[in-house]
Every structure is written in C-alpha cells, then in structure tokens.
Design a protein around this ligand. Structure first.
Ligand SMILES: Nc1ncnc2c1ncn2[C@@H]1O[C@H](COP(=O)(O)OP(=O)(O)OP(=O)(O)O)[C@@H](O)[C@H]1O
Ligand SMILES: [Mg+2]
Length: 251
C-alpha cells in the first residue's frame, strides 16, 4: 500500500518585497504512514511552518509533488487540519460553540454537534467549562479547546505547529499525555512541529531533523522506545543527546 502522505522533492522559494529570494525548503522527501506520529524539529527559519502549510494546502510548493492517499476519507471529512501555536479560538464564542464550529461547517444538526463537541471536550479534559469564553480560560485550557476543535474536524492528519510552545512545563507534559491518548484512541496521523527535543523524543515514532538556509531535512530517526516513555531512562537521554548533536551541526 502506498503511504498516506508522500512528499517528493518539495521546494519552496519566497520572494521578499525587496526582491530577495529565500529558499525556505529544498528537496524535502517525507513518507508518512497511516497512524504514524511524526515530529519535525529544527532551528528557527528552517521551513517547518512552511512545510505544514504546504501539506495543509494553504501554500503551494515551488517544486515537487505531494501525494495524499485519501480513499478512506468521506467527502465530508477533510484530510488535514492545522493547530497553531496561538490558540486561535473565536473570542465571541464560548468553549462548546468553538468546538462545535467545524461540525456546523460540515452541516451537522445542532443537537448532534453539541453532543459530539461535548465528547471532544471530555477527551481533552475540559468538561465543565463548556460555557466559558476563551478569555476566561488559562493558556493551557485554551490550547485544549483548540485541540478539541481541531479534533472535531475529524481530519485524517493532524498538523500541529508548536502547539504547546507557550505553556509551562507541567501543563505541556500533561497535554503531551492527552495528545498521545487521543492519537491512540482516534487513530490519527500526527505531524508535530516542535523546537523542544524532549517533546519530540517523548511523543514521536519518527523524528525528522531539519536545517536552515536552505530549509532541508538532514536526518530521520526512528524511535522504538515503548510508550509511556521514561524521560530519565538511559535510552531516552541518549537519544536526546544524539538529536542535540545533530541540531548543533544543523544550526
Ligand atoms: N510569506 C513569506 N514571504 C517571504 N518569506 C517567508 C514567508 N514565509 C516564510 N518565509 C521565510 O521562509 C523561511 C522559513 O520560514 P518558516 O516560518 O517556515 O520557518 P520555521 O521553521 O517555521 O521557523 P520558526 O521555528 O521560527 O517558526 C524563513 O526564512 C522565513 O523568513
Ligand atoms: Mg514556524
């Protein structure tokens, strides 16, 4: 069977208003199997967000092809959804309305979409705050709501751009566990961008390490440590060190 997602020699050149050309991505080749948890890690400006935006169809590549095998997806459920670093909830809607919004877009009747939204909020640990407005929530809770809303799209592939970057370590660790549970239960495919080596090693089955100027892949590492992973174990800390060395070379 072909992979769920295949990127073939993807390149992206941006032209700045000053007429300079930036090679944001060069010759990126990635294959993602259905149900994989992939992490992209690399220095600032190496093209991580650009790559996610190309996969999501928000940006066109200047070179190469993308093949997505979508025969399992129904017409009403999209293939990809993107979760941003900033929570991007609608401030005028409460938590349950925010979560149910994609379901409304898909034409699901009110009663069913509220019920489904409640299920997603339960899954991310937000039962009980359905009627709160985003400004009444902490950053961690807003990020949970954004994840619930992304899940409500029921897309096959979740693209996550440093979704936990703004959170304190404890909240970040809790959300990592929540995300792993959702990934397992809902059988999602996840592409997760992070700056944080610990986060990548804790979450991913495979890590792609990127370098900048031009943005490119320099290494991929498969992680077979069983989950839940112990951050203090020797294999965890060894991997951490190995990736740090690659990143230092890549910077
Ligand atoms: N719309 C744009 N116009 C011009 N240049 C752009 C545009 N978007 C991104 N770039 C450039 O492309 C390169 C890659 O940017 P990108 O945002 O993908 O990096 P990133 O890896 O996500 O960085 P960070 O870790 O800081 O989020 C950078 O040099 C950036 O300045
Ligand atoms: Mg980025």
């Amino acid at each position: 069977m072909p992979p769920l997602l295949k990127l073939n020699n993807i390149g992206k050149i941006f032209s700045t208003p000053q007429g300079r050309e930036v090679s944001a991505l060069e010759d990126v080749n990635i294959e993602v199997e259905d149900g994989e948890f992939i992490s992209l890690i690399g220095p600032t400006g190496c093209g991580k967000t650009t790559l996610l935006r190309i996969i999501a169809g928000l940006e066109t590549a200047s070179a190469g092809e993308i093949a997505i095998q979508d025969n399992q997806t129904g017409a009403s459920s999209p293939l990809c959804t993107l979760v941003f670093q900033q929570y991007s909830l609608f401030p005028w809607l409460n938590v349950i309305e925010n979560t149910a919004f994609p379901l409304e877009m898909r034409g699901i009747p009110r009663r069913s979409r509220i019920k489904m939204a409640e299920e997603y909020l339960e899954l991310v640990g937000l039962a009980g705050v359905e009627n709160a407005k985003p400004y009444e929530l902490s950053g961690g809770m807003q990020q949970r709501a954004a994840i619930a809303r992304a899940l409500a799209y029921d897309a096959k592939i979740l693209l996550m751009d440093e979704p936990f970057g703004a959170l304190d370590e404890r909240t970040r660790h809790r959300l990592q566990d929540t995300l792993l549970e959702i990934w397992r239960k809902k059988k999602k495919t996840i592409i997760f961008v992070t700056h944080n080596i610990d986060e990548a090693v804790y979450l991913a089955g495979k890590i792609f390490i990127m370098a900048s100027e031009p943005g490119r892949l320099v290494e991929d590492i498969t992680i077979s440590i069983p989950r839940p992973r112990n951050r203090l174990s020797e294999e965890f800390t060894n991997l951490h060190l190995k990736i740090r060395n690659f990143l230092e070379k890549a910077a």
